[in-house]
Design a protein around this ligand. Structure first.
Ligand SMILES: [Fe+2]
Ligand SMILES: [Fe+2]
Length: 153
């Protein structure tokens, strides 16, 4: 498996796109560590980094949904929570039963690709047309580099 950023994953919201890129970067980092033969604590620390950033991203995305009045916040949040539970189970299998981290990486990467293009895309579409703008949207261009589409310009 090769972890790649593909144009289909770009949603047009700089905050979310930046975080998605960061998630893929961490998947890639884990992939590199596994392929380089790292095991034990080294790999577990990277998995923790990935898991914590995933939690952070989900909270950020859920805040965005609330701020723009996205109608399916609770359904989307449930999907996020299911992945976090699954990640916790996979992580404890690695910690306590010596399972290979490759399975966790494959699962997260496949989940991520599917979730972004099917579920997160719906938020991005709603975001473009919503009269309710996210708090601090004008900071995106200043802090995140590229301006987001539909940013009230
Ligand atoms: Fe999401
Ligand atoms: Fe997301």
């Amino acid at each position: 498996m090769s972890v790649q950023w593909i144009p289909e994953l770009e949603l047009g919201n700089s905050l979310i796109d930046t975080q998605h890129r960061m998630l893929l970067l961490l998947c890639r980092k884990l992939d590199i560590a596994i392929k380089a033969g790292h095991t034990g604590q080294t790999v577990q620390r990277i998995i923790l980094e990935l898991k914590k950033f995933t939690e952070f991203h989900f909270i950020s995305e859920q805040n965005l949904m609330h701020e723009i009045g996205y109608p399916q916040v609770s359904e989307h949040t449930q999907i996020h929570n299911s992945l976090l539970i699954e990640l916790q189970v996979e992580l404890s299998k690695i910690r306590h039963h010596g399972e290979s981290p490759e399975e966790l990486l494959n699962r997260v990467y496949a989940w991520f690709n599917d979730h972004v293009v099917h579920e997160d895309l719906k938020i991005a579409e709603f975001f473009r047309n919503s009269p309710n703008r996210p708090i601090g949207e004008d900071l995106y261009a200043q802090f995140l580099g590229s301006p987001s589409s539909g940013a009230g310009d």
